[in-house]
Design a protein around this ligand. Structure first.
Ligand code: 5GP
Length: 199
C-alpha cells in the first residue's frame, strides 16, 4: 500500500454495530455511550412510518413515502431493510459512507437478523453482542419491570433465546459482553469502544 492510500485508510471511521436479545438493556447502554462519547455518530434510519409529535426528519428518522422507499430499495441504497408492523425501515448507505469517509466513527443498533444483511454491504463492521446473564435473570428483570403481561414475558423470553442462538450460530460478532451488572457493562462498553476507535 502506498503512503497516501495508507493515510486515507487511517482516516476512515470505524463502524461499530450493537445487537442484543430483547430486554437486555441495550437502549440504556447505548444512551449512556452517547452521553459519554458525544462525538460518535449514531446511524439514522429511513422509514415510511408517520413521524410522532416530537420526531424530527433527519434526526430521529428520514421520513419518506412508500414509493420513495421502494425506489431506494431498487437502487440498492439500503445496507439492510425490513418491514416492521406494516412500515418499512432501512439503513441508508449514504449516511454511513458520509460519516466514515470523513473519519467519524459510527455506532449502529441493528437486530441480529438485520446484521447478517448489513455485513454483506459492510464486512469491515465490528459487531458487539450484548447477552443477558441467563434466561432466569432475564425473566426476573422483565418481571421486576412490571410492564409486561405474562404472555408478553413468555414471548420476549422465547425471542431472546432465539436471537441469542441465532447470533451464536449465524452472526459475526467480534465481541460479546454479558450484561450481568448494568454499571459494569456500561463501563465495559465504553472501554471497548475507546479501544476500537483508537486502534
Ligand atoms: P419505531 O417505529 O418504534 O421507531 O421502530 C419500530 C421497529 O423498527 C423497532 O423494532 C426498530 O428496531 C426497527 N427499526 C428501526 N430502524 C430500523 C432499520 O434501519 N432497520 C431495521 N431492520 N429495523 C429498524
Amino acid at each position: 500500500m502506498n503512503s497516501e492510500a495508507e493515510s486515507n485508510n487511517q482516516k476512515r471511521g470505524k463502524i461499530i454495530v450493537f445487537s442484543a436479545a430483547s430486554g437486555v438493556g441495550k437502549t440504556t447502554i447505548l444512551d449512556h455511550l452517547r452521553s459519554v462519547m458525544p462525538r460518535l455518530i449514531y446511524s439514522v434510519s429511513a422509514t415510511t412510518r408517520k413521524p410522532r409529535s416530537h420526531e424530527k426528519d433527519g434526526i430521529h428518522y428520514f421520513f419518506m413515502s412508500v414509493d420513495e422507499f421502494r425506489k431506494k430499495i431498487e437502487a440498492g441504497e439500503f445496507a439492510e431493510w425490513a418491514e416492521v408492523h406494516g412500515n418499512y425501515y432501512g439503513t441508508p448507505k449514504s449516511f454511513i459512507n458520509r460519516a466514515v469517509e470523513s473519519g467519524r466513527h459510527i455506532v449502529m443498533d441493528i437486530d441480529v437478523y438485520g446484521k447478517v444483511t448489513f455485513d454483506q454491504a459492510y464486512p469491515e463492521a465490528i459487531g458487539i453482542f450484548i447477552e443477558p446473564p441467563s434466561t432466569e435473570e432475564l425473566e426476573k428483570r422483565l418481571r421486576r419491570r412490571g410492564t409486561d403481561s405474562e404472555e408478553t414475558i413468555k414471548l420476549r423470553l422465547s425471542n431472546a433465546a432465539k436471537e441469542t442462538a441465532f447470533a451464536e450460530n449465524n452472526g459475526k460478532y467480534e465481541h460479546t459482553i454479558v450484561n450481568d451488572d448494568l454499571d459494569r457493562t456500561k463501563h465495559e462498553v465504553i472501554d471497548l469502544v475507546n479501544k476500537l476507535i483508537n486502534k
